[in-house]
Design a protein around this ligand. Sequence first.
Ligand code: PHE
Length: 354
Amino acid sequence: MNELDSMVDSATAAFAGAATPADLENAKALFLGKTGRVTELMKGMAALPVEEKKTRGAAINLAKQAIEAALNARRQALADAELQAQLHAEALDVTLPGRTRGQGGLHPIALAWERVESIFNSMGFDVADGPEIENDWFNFTALNNPPNHPARSMQDTFYVDMNDEQGQPYCLRTHTSPMQIRYAVAHVKKHAAAAVAGTPPETMPEIRVIAPGRTYRVDSDATHSPMFHQFEGLWIGENVNFKDLKVTFLNFCKAFFETGDLTLRFRPSYFPFTEPSAEIDIAFNSGPLAGRWLEVAGSGQVHPTVVRNMGLDPEKYIGFAFGSGIDRLAMLRYGVNDLRLFFENDVRFLSQFQ
Ligand code: PHE
């Protein structure tokens, strides 16, 4: 192999050994640069006789072209490799399933809660909200359930180690019944202001309200949770009676369960804040629960003492109240047999209600 061929070989090898474009430019300089081997060979020709110059020059030129061709091939190869690497790094697998944004929905209790509100709304009931940390007066005493009354033991609760400005101990409300007093007192006050503005007192509109919300008791099993949901109903006017209660609650149940095929009964009971008092039971006449009486609410005619604590004259105003468990209604409506499922937040359970 002559000297020129071996130079072309070593240039090709040097280019092949260059891993980056910068390495390649350095390798190029060794052969084609100002002091590179090809340049040196050209310079060396000066001393040759004219005839030899021609052939030697042509041979060196051929070698130079071969080196340039090798250089260009390597440049292209490096550029291709870089592009491949980039494509690989940015690889997109279009067959992968997309990352979807999970769709949220309302909790079954919230769904039941909303149903309760919209049904009672459609029957002309206002919807009110009140505090979950309640004082002793509203939760018990104003509801004709004074300290040391044995009925208090029906509703053991969580007490807050703090009293309000009147020295009343705070507790977590055991029922939504305190909202009877809170709402009625506000209603009476509002009406008194209207009376001052010239509206005769006789025109006080009836009190017709439901108050849904969280309630607390020291209770925990498959059908009782220490935190649960109730809604209070209150309807007070000059001539509101048990018949109105029955019609109201029956119509509510029919709308809530979307069936006309159910029966309602009152079962005598006791609550300090109603007299007479009754549990409301319903029975579906068909379907999987047919024929079984299910307790869905406590109710009764509002006790005169409670009416008085609302700021109203019990000789003139009369009405009824009821308190029902939203969780219980949701269990019946959706066929859930363990209340605790509602509070475990397992999406496999919750997503079934969407
Ligand atoms: N507050 C009662 C309870 O939680 C239910 C009730 C409300 C009963 C209104 C009568 C009237 O058990």
